[in-house]
Design a protein around this ligand. Sequence first.
Ligand code: NAD
Length: 271
Amino acid sequence: MDMTSMTAITAPLMGRVAIITGSTSGIGLGIARALAEAGADIVLNGLGDLGQIETTRSELAAATGVQVNYNGANLLDGADAAALVTDTINEFGKIDILVNNAGIQHVSPVEDFPVDKWNAIQALNLSASFHATRAAFGAMKSAGWGRIINLASVHGLIASPYKSAYVAAKHGVLGLTKTVGLEGAQFGVTCNAICPGYVWTPLVEGQIEDTAKARGISRDDVINNVLLAAQPTKRFVTVEELGAVSVFLCSESARSITGVALPVDGGWTSQ
Ligand code: NAD
C-alpha cells in the first residue's frame, strides 16, 4: 500500500481544521480527541481552570502530533461565538469542521424555572450554534467542503419533565440542523445532529442532585430508575463512541448524510 492510501486510512482528516465548542470536558473533549487521532488540527474551547486546560491541550497535541489551539470564547455571547470562528479562520486560513457541543442543563418544575437559567440555556445550547454556524458557513461554501455537527440530545426528539429550557433548546437545534443541511446540500457542506442518550460526563453528574431534589428520591434511585430507566441497554453511552460517530460524519463516506438527527441512545427513542 502506498503512503497516500495509508494516510487516508489512518488519518482520514489530515489537513482539516476543526473547532469543537465546549471541549475542555466531557463529550466535547472526547470528540476533539477522536478528530485529532483522525489527523485534524483542533481548536479547543470551553471554560475552566486555565492551567488544567493547558495540560489537556499540550497532552492532546503530544499524543496525536496535530496542532491543538485553545480559544476561551464565552459562547453565552453571540459575538464571541462568531469570533471563535473568525479567529480560527485568521489563525489557520480556513475552517472545515465545526462541532457545536457546548451546553448546560438546569432541572426545575416549569412554574419555578429561573428566568436567567432559561435565557442562558437558549443562548448557549441553541443560539451559540447559530452564531458559530453563521460565521463558518460562507467559508465552507466557498471551499466546497464542510462538516457541521450539532450535539443535540434525545431531548431534541422527546421530552422529560422538569427540563423545559433544555428540551426546547434541543428541539430548536434539530430545526437549525435540518435548515443548514438543506442550505449546504449543493456546496459539499453537511450539517447533522447527534442525539445522545445518557453519557457519563460532569454534566450528568451535576444534574443527579437536582433531579433527586425535584423528585424527592435518592441519588441511586436517580441513576437506576430515572436516568437508565429509559435506556434499554442499561449502560451509559461513552464519549469514545460519540467521537467515533463524529469521525464518521466527517468522512467522505458520509457526504450524502445531511440534515439528520442521529440517536446514539441505546434504544431509548425506539420505545
Ligand atoms: P460538560 O458539562 O461535561 O461539558 C460542557 C462543556 O461546555 C465544557 O467544556 C464547558 O466548559 C463548556 N461550556 C460551558 N459553558 C460555556 C460557555 N458559556 N462558553 C463556552 N463553553 C462553555 O457537558 P457534556 O455532558 O459533555 O455535554 C456536551 C453536550 O452534549 C451538551 O450540548 C449536552 O447538552 C449534550 N448532551 C449530553 C448528554 C449527557 O448525557 N452528558 C446527553 C445528551 C446530550
